[in-house]
Design a protein around this ligand. Structure first.
Ligand code: CTP
Ligand code: CA
Length: 224
């Protein structure tokens, strides 16, 4: 059995995509963030729209712009906001692709006023954020697909396999920062796909748009 009716068109599919970084406030003027630009997630959204899918994009702060009649964009800043938007919209979707670079921790408290400099050393106490993808993985129904990303600097396949299992995914896109031209801010990416049958497929360095289409081609052939 397949997740998809045929292997070219995604008409009738409604896909939730998360993209970009999250910003976790420290005080009114500062935040904890990361280098994600959202390019990979937005390339996936474009590729999905070109195949006729409807897309719910939950986007962290990014300069990227995208408009389309089949696109609903929900802007969020924090992991908690991303979780509540994803939890609300995933049940009405046929699947999800989680490309956001979510901050694993957030400051325990947000100062109401700008923090003034004082001592030579400053500590910010952090607490763990919810894992948006893992939480959606527990909600996934038999006929829904779920794709995650894994950003690794070492032991990429092993760590990717753990995430696939722990988060109840069908497919994981493994990004190794050891690979030249891959990762933050680049227009290119080099990925390895690992599916729930434990099969790995390596791809050449390509533009993020080509990579997006490779991921969708693979997903559409993946059998349940
Ligand atoms: N993810 C998420 N919410 C989080 C953390 C991660 O939805 N709080 C998602 C990412 O969008 C990605 C996948 O989980 O699809 C893996 O993210 P990654 O940071 O590689 O893995 P973690 O599980 O956070 O583990 P670690 O950072 O410790 O390697
Ligand atoms: Ca993480």
């Amino acid at each position: 059995e397949s997740f998809f009716q045929n292997s070219t068109s995604m008409v009738g599919e409604k896909v939730l995509v998360t993209a970009g970084p999250t910003y976790e406030a420290i005080d009114p003027v500062r935040f904890i963030g990361n280098h994600s630009t959202g390019k990979m997630g937005y390339a996936l959204v474009e590729a999905l729209l070109e195949r006729g899918a409807e897309v719910i994009l939950i986007s962290g702060p990014t300069k990227l712009k995208l408009q389309h009649k089949n696109l609903t964009r929900i802007d969020v800043k924090t992991a908690k906001e991303m979780l509540s938007a994803a939890t609300k919209h995933f049940p009405s979707c046929t699947g999800g692709i989680f490309a956001a670079a979510v901050s694993d921790y957030r400051p325990k408290s947000v100062a109401q006023q700008k923090i003034k400099k004082s001592s030579d050393v400053m500590n910010i106490e952090m607490v763990k954020n919810p894992d948006v993808l893992k939480s959606i993985g527990t909600l996934k129904k038999e006929n829904q697909f779920l794709v995650g990303f894994a950003l690794e600097t070492n032991n990429a396949i092993e760590y990717g396999a753990e995430k696939l299992k722990k988060k109840n995914l069908d497919l994981i896109v493994i990004n190794s920062l050891e690979d030249e031209g891959a990762g933050f801010g680049h227009d290119t990416n080099k990925i390895t796909l690992l599916d729930f049958h434990n099969k790995t497929t390596k791809f050449e360095l390509s533009s993020k748009k080509v990579v997006a289409n490779s991921i969708l081609d693979y997903l559409m052939k993946l059998k349940k």
